[in-house]
Design a protein around this ligand. Structure first.
Ligand SMILES: *[C@@H]1O[C@H](CO)[C@@H](O)[C@H](O)[C@H]1NC(C)=O
Ligand SMILES: *[C@@H]1O[C@H](CO)[C@@H](O)[C@H](O)[C@H]1NC(C)=O
Length: 334
């Protein structure tokens, strides 16, 4: 399981590219709590940046990252539900007694902004209440899920109002998360909106606010997004990562090949299941371009393959004629 998950995580990293943030969001889909803890640990080893699994964060020191749920947004009705409205500034030097009004003022300013005029009307006040409440509780890690009602007409403008209010108090909002719809299109539209806000209100860096995407992502969907073009900075990957959906198990087996210097064999009618007796050494041969060409096994006491020296080897697995030809031509170029 360790090799499987680490390999799977590394493959997702290869597709996403080095600069992207990769977040493991798989706990709820993992095979039980212990499976979830292992998956978080090995995803991190395989190149992920953070996990939503706080237990793994505590046990292994993996950075933790996450957002609220859709249920959190739909649990609110309106801003009057927020009772404690005070927020101290990031450096503690002052206190805003009514952060809710600050957010409302910003929303009015955004609605009046000439470069954004017409792109949205009234936003959903339940959602605004949820975002404001979340920001009051976690001013340093405000990452809002914006697709509960309507991403461009409500979620993104509401996020920006709260983020600009946080900015007044010396905090920097982390960003938004998209969890449905056309992720490529929505991320590009959101980026344009962020850039318009930066320009309109002179908030330096606001255009670069992070966009996280989730929604059953895997190697194929990330590759498809990359081909389309998108503005996603972080990918939250769950089910396909922790359950190793593409290959659910690593088919490794243990057989005895030698004991007390005596060879042992396991026979089978299936030729690929016959074990190869004796202790062996393994080599991976690379071509001039640096790509691995072939793996070679020798007996423990046989000489190792020499660079630029032609050798003779037997293909141990049944291969199609075409694969064999390929194999010979690769060896020739070795
Ligand atoms: C927000 O949108 C939901 C879904 O359309 C609706 O039920 C709710 O009443 C809206 N909230 C407000 C305050 O408009
Ligand atoms: C934003 O995303 C970039 C990757 O594109 C990452 O390096 C950076 O740490 C992220 N910032 C935050 C605040 O999460």
């Amino acid at each position: 399981y360790a090799s499987l998950v680490t390999t799977n995580a590394a493959r997702h990293r290869l597709v996403a590219g080095k600069p992207k943030n990769l977040l493991e969001f798989g706990l709820r889909r993992a095979q039980g709590p212990d499976g979830g803890i292992s998956a978080s640990r090995y995803s991190y080893m395989g190149g992920f940046d953070a996990t939503s699994n706080v237990a793994a964060g505590r046990l292994f020191g993996i950075p933790i990252r996450g957002t609220h749920s859709h249920a959190f947004v739909s649990s609110f009705l309106g801003l009057d539900e927020i009772i404690d409205k005070a927020l101290s500034s990031s450096d503690g030097s002052n206190k805003c007694e009514d952060f809710v009004s600050l957010v409302e003022n910003w929303l009015v300013k955004i609605q009046g902004a000439s470069s954004l005029r017409g792109s949205f009307g009234e936003t959903n006040q339940s959602e605004l209440a949820a975002f404001t409440s979340y920001a009051l509780a976690f001013p340093n890690s405000f990452l809002a899920l914006v697709d509960t009602y309507d991403v461009m007409r409500s979620g993104v403008p509401n996020f920006c109002a709260v983020a600009l209010a946080l900015n007044d108090m010396g905090y920097k909002a982390v960003g938004i998360r998209l969890d449905s719809g056309d992720l490529a299109y929505l991320s590009i539209e959101t980026r344009k909106f962020f850039c318009a806000i930066e320009k309109e209100f002179g908030v330096v860096g606001f255009g670069k606010t992070n966009i996280t995407a989730s929604n059953d992502l895997n190697e194929e969907t990330i590759d498809a997004l990359n081909k389309q073009g998108h503005e996603v900075d972080s990918f939250g990957i769950g089910t396909y990562l922790v359950t190793c959906y593409a290959q659910a198990a690593l088919g490794c087996v243990f057989k005895l090949v030698e004991i007390n210097k005596q060879p042992r064999i396991k026979l089978s009618e299936d030729v690929t299941k016959v074990s190869i007796p004796c202790k062996k050494r393994c080599y991976r041969l690379y071509g001039k371009e640096g790509y691995p060409l072939v793996d070679i096994m020798t007996g423990q006491d046989e000489p190792s393959p020499k660079r630029l020296v032609r050798g003779f080897c037997v293909v141990t697995l049944s291969s199609s004629q075409r694969e064999l030809m390929l194999f010979h031509s690769m060896l020739r170029s070795c």
